[in-house]
Each structure stands twice: as structure tokens, then as C-alpha cells.
Design a protein around this ligand. Structure first.
Ligand SMILES: Nc1ncnc2c1ncn2[C@@H]1O[C@H](COP(=O)(O)OP(=O)(O)OP(=O)(O)O)[C@@H](O)[C@H]1O
Ligand SMILES: [Mg+2]
Length: 264
């Protein structure tokens, strides 16, 4: 079963920008997949296209065997999606706990009333990301990193075989990054759940990631983290200053875009 597939995929926004072109690949389920590439390289566009939120100009894509355009309602049921910029308005007084409960309630038919099982799962997810103490804090009053942890908890509390997270590590410090990555990695290993994660930095996730897609408005590289640590490939994406450095048995990728990425 393919977790993700795309064939000759091209996506153009109404303003004429070609965000993606000539994208063909497939990745088998289950997988922990990282999508990397510089700003504007089409990472978020690829996720939104796979989910059927944007229709491609050419070609097609699919998720777990379903077509992104024709079967998007099926895909929505399978995927727990954390978008890059969560549009939760600051003036709506939702607590952290309410946000996590949304992960359980939004896919239910109305009336959406939380059962004790829903509450238990939400509390367990908050505990996993070390946010239990702040469960009654207003979401809008949390720091950027704390918000990210709550949004990861919302995905963990939900159901469905695929977690899709667009830059869950953005704006988080090293401690929060490690926590989020470890929680997601463990979740992937212990449950039959695939994870697709957009990131700028392969370093914090390289021990868990199985497949990497390297984008620059087309597919530049696909493979294991080690395969994608290819200097010619990285230069094509990040420019001539990209370097790979070996130190103490580890390979580090240094790019101006992402700082450095390490891979064993
Ligand atoms: N709603 C939109 N309307 C028009 N153009 C868009 C829109 N969203 C993205 N684009 C353009 O499409 C291209 C790909 O954008 P996308 O957001 O997919 O990149 P990204 O890799 O996710 O970048 P980032 O790392 O900054 O999140 C960019 O050139 C961007 O300007
Ligand atoms: Mg993006």
C-alpha cells in the first residue's frame, strides 16, 4: 500500500505561480517521512494537494490508495493534519484542553459532546507533550513553542492512520524539538501510524525518519536521510555554499537555509 504517490504532478496558484511541477514519486506505508526544502519550495503546497485542498493543474496524487481529488473526503477521515499556520483566532477563549479535544470531536457527527474516553485521551496526549500543567491556560496566551506542543497533542489524541504536520518544530527551542520528535517517533514505532512532517532541519529527526522528499518546486531527491545527504543534490537546492562535514562518525549537512543537519 502506498502512503503517498504523485504522478507528473503540477500545481499552479491563481496568480500564476507554479508551486510544483513534474513531481513523480511513491512512498510505501507505514513510513516516517520528512519533506524538506527551502522557503517557497512547495512543501506546504504538496501537503495541501495530497489532502485535496488544492487541485493540481496537471497529473494526480494520492494517499493510502485514494485519489486526492476524487476521494478527498475519504482522505480527510484518514489524516490528522496540523497546518503550518493554525488559524485559531486569539479572541476565541479556548483553553489548551479544548484545542486537544477538537482532535477527537471535529470528526464526530453533531452534537459534538466529549465523552470521558475523549477527555482521557486528550489528557494523555497533553501529558505526552508535557503540557498537562497548562491544560486550562488560554491557547492564545501560550508561547509559540507551547502552542506547537498543544497542536501535536491534538493530532496524537485523534484517530486515523496518518499524521501530517507542517513544520511542527517551527519556533520551538531545542528542548521542545526533542520532545516533539521523540513523542512522534515513539508514536510511529508503537502504533501502525505513518507520519509526514515538513521540516527545515533534518538534524532533530534523522534517527526516526525513514523517507525524505527533497523539494525545490520539483522533486530533487528522494530516499533515506543518508541518500539525500548528497552534496550535488543539496547544492542544487540550497546553493553553492552547502557543505557536508564528517565529524566523530556523523555526517553533518551545513546549509545557509537550515543551519546544519546531522545524519549518522
Ligand atoms: N495561496 C497562494 N497563492 C499564490 N501563491 C502561493 C500561495 N501559497 C503559496 N504560494 C507560492 O507557491 C510557492 C510554494 O509555496 P509553499 O507555501 O508551498 O512553500 P513552502 O515550501 O511550504 O515554504 P515555507 O518553507 O516558507 O513554508 C511559493 O512561491 C509561494 O509564494
Ligand atoms: Mg510551508
Amino acid at each position: 500500500m502506498n502512503l503517498l504517490e504523485a504522478e507528473d504532478l503540477a500545481v499552479r496558484y491563481p496568480n500564476g505561480t507554479w508551486a510544483l511541477h513534474n513531481v513523480t514519486f511513491s512512498i510505501e506505508a507505514p513510513s516516517f517521512t520528512a519533506v524538506i526544502g527551502p522557503n517557497g519550495s512547495g512543501k506546504s503546497t504538496l501537503l495541501r494537494t495530497l489532502l485535496g485542498l488544492i487541485e493540481p493543474a496537471r497529473g494526480h496524487s494520492g494517499l493510502m490508495g485514494y485519489d486526492s481529488v476524487r476521494q478527498k473526503s475519504k482522505i480527510r477521515k484518514l489524516v490528522r493534519y496540523v497546518p503550518q499556520r493554525e488559524g485559531i483566532a486569539a479572541n476565541i477563549p479556548l483553553k489548551a484542553m479544548d484545542i486537544v479535544l477538537m482532535g477527537r470531536l471535529l470528526k464526530k457527527a453533531p452534537p459534538r459532546i466529549a465523552s470521558s474516553k475523549d477527555r482521557d485521551l486528550a489528557l494523555d496526549a497533553l501529558k505526552q507533550v508535557d503540557m498537562l500543567d497548562l491544560k486550562d491556560r488560554s491557547f492564545s496566551e501560550l508561547s509559540g513553542g507551547q502552542k506547537q506542543r498543544v497542536l501535536v497533542a491534538r493530532a496524537l489524541a485523534g484517530e486515523g492512520p496518518v499524521l501530517m504536520l507542517d513544520e511542527p518544530l517551527a519556533g520551538t527551542d531545542a528542548h521542545s524539538q526533542d520532545l516533539i520528535v521523540e513523542v512522534l517517533g515513539k508514536y510511529h514505532n508503537e502504533h501502525d501510524v505513518s507520519i509526514i512532517m515538513v521540516t527545515h532541519d533534518l538534524n532533530p529527526i534523522h534517527t526516526y525518519v525513514e523517507d525524505v522528499l527533497l523539494l525545490k518546486n520539483t522533486l530533487v531527491g528522494i530516499g533515506t536521510p543518508c541518500d539525500v545527504m548528497d552534496i550535488e543534490m543539496l547544492k542544487r537546492v540550497y546553493g553553492p555554499s552547502a557543505r557536508i562535514v564528517e565529524y566523530a562518525g556523523h555526517r553533518y549537512c551545513i546549509t545557509r537555509d537550515s543551519g546544519f543537519d546531522r545524519h549518522d
